[in-house]
Design a protein around this ligand. Structure first.
Ligand SMILES: [Zn+2]
Length: 199
């Protein structure tokens, strides 16, 4: 395995740092969401600990991920290379129960249950999966004309026509009224400076 297991207690107490690259082929769950697994996922981890206000030790981990993921564009179904960049800060807790109990009050950090043999590869894979866009799409996607005209490719991103028609009709009505409302200005085509009103 490319990614080592770590002792989160020692890692944070010593203020350790580690980094590496894991072949996407080694990450089965993540790989199943990609159309090519020939790349690498770069990771770096750093730990720190400090003494909290109550004298207890508070341990933190920071995880950074960087890669490019080969996914399928939901519009044209061709390959799209999605840049992946993750930066996450965690506060370590001792048990799952503690994580659940303290999660309510913690809004700055994600809570992570530490371990002597912590599955770092699992965490890296989880975070990468969560960072994947649910519906990747080329920003300038040139979908085949057939797909666009059939409506299949666009029907899921545009509101259904029945909901739009009332507003379209309303807009047409309003624009029809505008010329009448603007009539007075037509009588004075040249902009006139401010003049005192005549008695
Ligand atoms: Zn596309």
């Amino acid at each position: 395995m490319t990614v080592p297991t770590i002792d989160t207690h020692e890692f944070t107490r010593r203020g350790d740092a580690a980094e590496g690259q894991v072949p996407l082929q080694e990450l089965e769950r993540l790989g199943s969401l990609l159309i090519a697994r020939d790349g690498l996922l770069g990771w770096r981890l750093s730990g720190r600990s400090e003494v909290g206000a109550d004298g207890s030790r508070v341990a933190h981990l920071h995880l950074g991920l960087a890669s490019t993921m080969a996914m399928r564009c939901v519009r044209c179904l061709e390959r799209i290379d999605v840049p992946l960049a993750v930066e996450r800060d965690y506060r370590l807790v001792a048990t799952e129960a503690q994580a659940e109990q303290e999660d309510v009050d913690e809004d700055e950090f994600d809570l992570l249950v530490g371990a002597r043999r912590f599955d770092l590869a699992g965490l890296i894979e989880d975070e990468a999966i969560m960072a994947l866009p649910p519906a990747p799409r080329h920003p300038d996607c040139r979908a085949p004309a057939v797909a666009v005209e059939s409506g299949e490719a666009v029907s899921d991103v545009e509101p259904p026509p029945p909901a739009r028609n009332p507003f379209g009709a309303l807009a047409a009505l309003r624009s029809g009224e505008d010329p009448g409302a603007a009539d007075p200005s037509d009588d004075a085509p040249t902009p006139s400076p401010k003049r005192p009103p005549r008695a």
